[in-house]
Ligand binder design. Structure first.
Ligand SMILES: *Cc1c(COP(=O)(O)O)cnc(C)c1O
Length: 417
């Protein structure tokens, strides 16, 4: 495409050499990946950790099967959300007691956005990005329908200018799910605070993908996904972060009994638990929590700065291969070329994006498709190798050369893309 080409055309041997010197290469053995698959969709559903099946089996047969209801006390089931939250906190730059796992991401957007709005009762505006992930926009719409807030949906370039003294809350996703564009969390958070607004970050494509510094940038609230880069399994529970300075002041709108100070006192009226535990609503999904704990444990003894460094190298390598190996067959690079402006993802647009991705998947190269015409590749630094990236691009080159994507079976639209 249009950038300066690499000095030499990269070879498969060069990719293998990069894998040999990759300081994170060992982490791939923490996963159980099927043969014959190049998995580039860990940003949608993380791979299965090698330890998860045995752990889930143990929780079901030994803990639930034998302990029955005693499991709540004997196996720490009730504390799982706080314990896993503490493990996640290291990955996102938070103090351990500022993160709790509960519910799903969408529900957590509601819980934290409404908690934030309760802290700014005299301000009527929520600022978000027009291109934010749909669930964030839909949840905010629902909140506005009841509480009467104005939702200011703005283009990325107008974000900070749109925040003013009427703004109660700014809700943004750090890494854009389509393009992989990465916002500057520190400067936007500072801009929100300068106007007296609160800041809620969606870390769906950040947690487990690169280092995040929630406490350092003084973010107010954050939420994120358990099943993407955190490898918690399909539908894994999600997390909530609340800055320590708001632990006492922030009150949830969903006042569930397990967020009560003393759930087993069965008191008539709500009294919030200390800290982030008040964001718990109901009974935790114990089996799913166990799977998430194994997912988060795949990061044990690994620094997120090293994860970020590999993510940058993988995406840079991918873009370099696209530039040099893929002829001009109608692709456009949507992901920013500047590494500091992107997450661990590469997105290309093509008018035949949907059937091209289906043809890739048929060859065992699994990415995904997002409308209107985007083919998306997530590069999870713990298990994606440089040779995987090389082979994936080679498959793409072949598919374009043979027009394999023209085959009718690749044009059938399935439910989940
Ligand atoms: C994946 C994703 C979600 C998912 O929400 P769920 O409630 O887990 O389905 C939310 N926000 C963003 C930005 C996402 O990419």
């Amino acid at each position: 495409m249009n950038a300066a080409p690499l000095p030499t055309t990269p070879t498969r041997d060069a990719a293998l050499a990069l894998d040999r010197t990759d300081p994170l290469a060992f982490a791939r053995s923490r996963f159980s990946l099927p043969d014959g698959v190049i998995y580039l969709d860990g940003n949608s559903l993380g791979a299965l950790p090698a330890s998860t099946a045995a752990r889930v089996q143990h929780v079901v047969t030994a803990e639930w099967g034998r302990s029955l209801i005693r499991g709540w006390n004997d196996h720490g089931w009730m504390e799982a959300g706080a314990n896993i939250g503490a493990s996640i906190s290291r990955l996102i730059g938070a103090t351990p007691d500022s993160v709790i796992v509960a519910d799903n991401t969408s529900t957590n957007v509601f819980k934290l956005a409404t908690a934030a709005l309760r802290l700014r009762p005299n301000r009527g505006v929520i600022v978000t990005e027009a291109e934010n992930f749909p669930t964030d926009l839909y949840v905010l719409e629902g909140i506005a329908a009841v509480l009467g807030h104005e939702i200011r949906r703005v283009d990325r370039s107008d974000l900070t200018a749109a925040i003013d003294h009427d703004t109660a809350l700014v809700v943004l996703t750090e890494v854009d799910y389509r393009s992989g564009y990465r916002l500057d969390m520190a400067s936007i958070t500072a801009a929100a605070h300068e106007q007296g607004a609160l800041m809620l970050w969606d870390l769906a494509h950040s947690a487990g993908a690169h280092d995040v510094a929630l406490d350092d940038i003084d973010a107010d609230f954050a939420i994120g996904c358990g099943y993407k880069f955190l490898n918690g399994g399909p539908g894994a529970p999600a997390f909530c972060y609340v800055n320590r300075r708001l632990h006492d002041a922030a009150r949830p709108m969903i006042q569930g009994w397990l967020g009560h100070a003393e759930p087993f006192a069965f008191a008539a009226n709500y009294e919030p638990a200390d800290g982030v535990r008040r964001l718990t609503v109901g009974t935790p999904p114990v089996v799913s929590m166990a799977a998430l704990a194994e997912g988060v444990a795949t990061f044990d003894d690994i620094e997120m700065t090293a994860v970020r460094a590999k993510g940058v190298e993988l995406t840079t390598f991918f873009i370099g291969l696209i530039d040099t190996l893929l002829p001009d067959v109608g692709f456009e690079l949507i992901t920013p070329r500047s590494a500091s402006q992107r997450g661990s993802q590469v997105t290309l647009s093509h008018e035949h994006g949907y059937p091209i991705m289906q043809a890739l998947i048929a060859r065992g190269v699994i990415g995904d498709f997002r409308p209107p015409n985007l083919v998306r590749f997530g590069l999870a630094p713990l298990y994606v190798r440089f040779v995987d990236v090389f082979d994936a691009v080679q498959h793409l080159v072949d598919i374009m050369a043979t027009r394999e994507f023209d085959q009718s079976q690749f044009h059938e639209r399935r439910n989940v893309t």
